[in-house]
Design a protein around this ligand. Structure first.
Ligand code: SAM
Length: 254
């Protein structure tokens, strides 16, 4: 590989063709779709995607990698030189829902997912590789160890489905942890913007200290009486509340 991987950009390049093929099969790209790849890197997913689609947009932050991609002079490829966390998703979508694909740099996985949650109105689906631990949190059910803010927020608006696990040996350099590919599809109906904002606040506060009760974690924003009015036990801990209960709680917020 004629590129020194940069740790600060989370560069763990896929080297396993079976894993690459599996991701492409799960994405199943169709020629006319608007597909956005986050972090194309050296092109492990980019090249097979380009074989299947009429056009592909990629977002890459590393100028050296952008230069390599430009050398390919592929007329189907549009390169956005940008930090994906600053992308204006609705502007990219221009009325056609986006399909988002990527082997994500692990340091920005969670903030990117939260950005995509806000932009869910212009998203068709998301297929991304993340640390297995983050995928566990995305898919976690109430009461499980991995259940937390990310589970509640993302599951309030997306159907979340772990597709398969990927070992460190599939990457160069190998990361220290297991990875997994996950698919997120917006739910046909999801809470309105205002409710999701409140859910974001409610979950941030409720999970702030996992050992504390709802009453203690929420006391700055919600008196105990309001928690009772919501039909919830103020002595309960956040990890025992399911999505519907969190939504009820969120709607109680001023
Ligand atoms: N897709 C390639 C692959 O699977 O081999 C590379 C994946 S590598 C895990 C992550 C890629 O995201 C790198 O190319 C890295 O430069 C790029 N990247 C890192 N941070 C980024 C950011 N904030 N915005 C856009 N791209 C970023």
């Amino acid at each position: 590989m004629n590129h020194q991987p940069r740790k600060r950009f989370g560069q763990n390049f896929l080297n396993d063709n079976l894993v690459i093929d599996r991701i492409i099969e799960f994405v199943n790209p169709q020629p006319a779709e608007i597909i956005i790849e986050v972090g194309p890197g050296l092109g492990a997913l980019t090249l097979p995607l380009l074989e299947r689609v009429d056009s592909l947009q990629v977002i890459e932050i590393d100028r050296d990698l952008i230069a390599k991609l430009q050398q390919r002079k592929n007329p189907k490829l549009t390169i956005h030189e940008a930090d994906v966390l600053n992308i204006n998703w609705p502007e990219l979508a221009q009325d056609s829902p986006l399909r988002i694909v990527g082997n994500l740099p692990y340091n920005i996985g969670t903030p990117l997912l939260l950005n995509l949650l806000e932009a869910r109105g212009c998203i068709a689906d998301i297929h991304v590789m993340l640390q297995k631990e983050v995928v566990d949190r995305l898919c976690a059910s109430v009461g499980s160890r991995a259940y937390g803010r990310l589970s509640v927020l993302m599951q309030s608006c997306f159907n979340v489905h772990e597709l398969f696990i990927v070992p460190p040996s599939a990457f160069t350099p190998p990361p220290k942890v297991q990875s997994a590919v996950v698919r997120l599809t917006p739910l046909p109906t999801s809470p309105d913007k205002e409710t999701v904002k409140k859910l974001s606040v409610a979950t941030r506060m409720a999970f702030a200290n996992k050992r504390k009760t709802l009453r203690n974690n929420l006391k700055e924003v919600l008196p105990e009486t309001r928690i009772v009015e919501a039909g919830l036990n103020p002595q309960a801990r956040a990890e025992t509340l399911n999505l519907d209960q969190f939504l009820t709680l969120a709607k109680m917020l001023p």
